[in-house]
Write a protein that binds this ligand. Sequence first.
Ligand code: ADP
Ligand code: MG
Length: 336
Amino acid sequence: MMSAMIEVNNLVKIFNGTIRAVDGVSFQVEEGEIFGFLGPNGAGKTTTISILTTLLKPTSGSATVMGIDVMKDAYRVRKIIGLVPQELTVDDDLTGWENMMLQATLYNVPKKDAIERIDELIGLVKLEDAADRMVKTYSGGMRKRLELAEGLIHRPRILFLDEPTLGLDVQTRAVMWNHIKDLKQKHNMTVFMTTHYLEEADSLCDRIGLIDYGKIMALDTPATLKRSLGGDVLQIRVEGEKDFTPIIQGVQGVVEVKREGTEYRVKVLKGETNMPVVLKALTDTGGVVASVSLERPNMDQVFLEYTGRSLRDTEQSGSMNKSQARTAAFHMRRRR
Ligand SMILES: Nc1ncnc2c1ncn2[C@@H]1O[C@H](COP(=O)(O)OP(=O)(O)O)[C@@H](O)[C@H]1O
Ligand SMILES: [Mg+2]
C-alpha cells in the first residue's frame, strides 16, 4: 500500500551556488486532496513544482509521486502526472482543438481515444463554442482553461497547477476554481497547486503550506491555520445599561470579553458554534441584542503571523523582479 500521492523529504534547490530557492521542504499530499502552496513571488513555488514534475533536479532531498522517485524514474512520473505551468504554453496559431490534439500526440494518446477525450475535456472547461477558433482570439481566461484541459489529456492521477489564475480577473478566477473543484469531486483527482492569492488558497485548498524564502512556515487546513490565531471575534451590541460581561464570560468557548458601553467584543474559539450559545445566554438573562457580527481571522493575518510579513503588502509592492531581487538579497544576507 502506498501511503501518500506525493511525498517530499527535505528538498533543497540552490541556484548558482547562492540562491536557496527551496530550502529544506518536507510534506505529504494524500489522495483526492487539493494541496496548496501559498506564498509571494520568489518564495520557491515554481521551483518546487518543477522538481516534482521532473523538469528540474533538486540539489538534495527526495520526492516521490505515487511512490515513484522523481529523479530515478522521471519517465514513469511524467506519465501519471499532468502539469499546467505558470507561463502559457498554448500555440496562438492553432485552434483550441488543434492544441489539444497536439498535446494528445505528445502523450501518445491513440487518435481515436484522443478525439473522444478532447470533446469531453473541452466540454469540461466550457470551450465548446471556441474550440475551432484560433487561440490568438481567446481571452486570458479561455487560454488558462484550455491549458487546464491540456493538462488532463492523458488522464493523469495527479495534477500540478502553477498559479492557475495568475492575471485573471476575479470572475474568471472563480470559474477556474469551479473547474478545479470539479476535478476533485467528480474524478477524485489529487491536485497540487501554487498561488499567491489568499482567498483562493483559503476557499479552494484542503490544506495549505505557507511558503516563504524557500521554507514551509506553517502547514494545515485553512480552518485550523486561522483558528491557530486564537479564534473568532463576535461583535455584539446589547441594549440597556446592564453589564453582561460575566454572563458572556460564563459561556463555554468564550476566551475573552471586552465591553465598551453597549458594545461587547467577544473572542471565541469557534464563531459558528459559540455565537448562538452566547446570544441565548444574553436573551435568557434579559438582554436585547441589537446587532451581532462575526469576524474571522483571514489568511493574510495567518500569513503575517507565521512569516512576519503581510502577503498583501508583498503583492502590492511591485514587480516580480523586485521581489525576486529582494529574495536573493535576503538569502545573501543570511549566508554571511
Ligand atoms: N533558473 C534559475 N536560476 C537562478 N535563480 C532562479 C531560477 N529559478 C528561480 N530562481 C530564483 O529562485 C527563487 C524562487 O523562485 P520561484 O520558484 O520561481 O518562486 P515562485 O514561483 O514562488 O515565485 C527566486 O529568488 C528566483 O529568482
Ligand atoms: Mg512561480
